[in-house]
Design a protein around this ligand. Structure first.
Ligand SMILES: Nc1ncnc2c1ncn2[C@@H]1O[C@H](COP(=O)(O)OP(=O)(O)OP(=O)(O)O)[C@@H](O)[C@H]1O
Length: 252
């Protein structure tokens, strides 16, 4: 992927395996976000292809990828501050077919049945994420970490099972980060979600991700378990002077 003279992602070849939680790390400017943008349909790559289950999805728009079950978290608009958590969950369209106002007049019975199904689904999400205590709280009153949990919950309201998370743990306190991490792990193990996540916190990455892919200067530098990549000389060098946040074993 080239922006004028800058090759933000250069000759990158990688596989995100179904059923795994893949971590994507690398120093600032490594090309992680650009790669996400190319995969999730926000940028048309200047070269190369993106395949989903062998089918070419290069250049498809985000809503077309969404229909194929691939979602990047910020594709769901941010929460509505003046609606409750449950209402926020119920606002998420399961697919982007575009509910029409006319439809609600023509098929009121069907609409009522759909609303009941959506409410049941929202209740399931609330139970799964163990956020019953804030279900009727206005989303605007949630802490930053609770909003991230809500964001995950909104993802669960869709049909997408391949989810790209861009720094979902950023700015979340340690306790809620653990809760968020548990939810991601359980979604992966119990409900078959595939995740790919950009993160900077190595504790978080180490707990959740296998494999971890390291990018630097637009290229894939290393790939392996979290323990393998943080012991990799090239990776240490790429981070030199920038510091791996919360590198296990590092002095506090
Ligand atoms: N829209 C754009 N136009 C021009 N250059 C861009 C654009 N987006 C990214 N770049 C450049 O591409 C390179 C990779 O940026 P990118 O944001 O993908 O890195 P990153 O690994 O996500 O970094 P960070 O961890 O800081 O978010 C950088 O040199 C950046 O300045």
């Amino acid at each position: 992927m080239q922006f004028g003279g800058i090759r933000a992602v250069d000759d990158v070849s990688l596989t995100i395996e179904a059923g795994r939680i893949t971590g994507l790390i690398g120093p600032n400017g490594a090309g992680k976000t650009t790669l996400f943008n190319v995969i999730a349909g926000h940028y048309q790559p200047t070269a190369g292809r993106v395949l989903l289950d062998g089918a070419d999805i290069t250049g498809l728009a985000p809503h077309q990828l969404f229909a194929k079950g691939l979602l990047r978290t910020f594709q769901i608009a941010h929460e509505f501050a003046t609606l409750t958590v449950r209402e926020n969950l119920m606002m998420v369209p399961p697919r982007q077919s575009g509910e029409t106002l006319l439809g609600t007049w023509l098929r009121p019975g069907q609409v009522r049945a759909e609303e009941a199904a959506v409410r049941a689904k929202a209740d399931d999400v609330i139970r799964f994420l163990q956020i019953e205590a804030v279900a009727d709280e206005l989303a605007g009153n949630l802490s930053g970490g609770q909003k991230k949990l809500l964001e995950l919950g909104r993802t669960m309201m869709t049909e997408a099972k391949i989810v790209f998370l861009d720094e979902v743990g950023a700015g979340v306190n340690r306790t809620l980060l653990n809760t968020l991490g548990d939810a991601i792990l359980r979604l992966n193990r119990e409900r078959g979600y595939t995740f790919c996540m950009i993160e900077h916190d190595m504790d978080f990455i180490g707990r959740l991700c296998d494999p971890v892919i390291v990018m630097a200067e637009g290229r894939v530098l290393a790939q392996g378990s979290a323990a393998e990549v943080i012991a990799n000389e090239q990776v240490i060098e790429a981070y030199l002077g920038r510091g791996l946040k919360n590198k296990p074993g590092a002095a506090p």
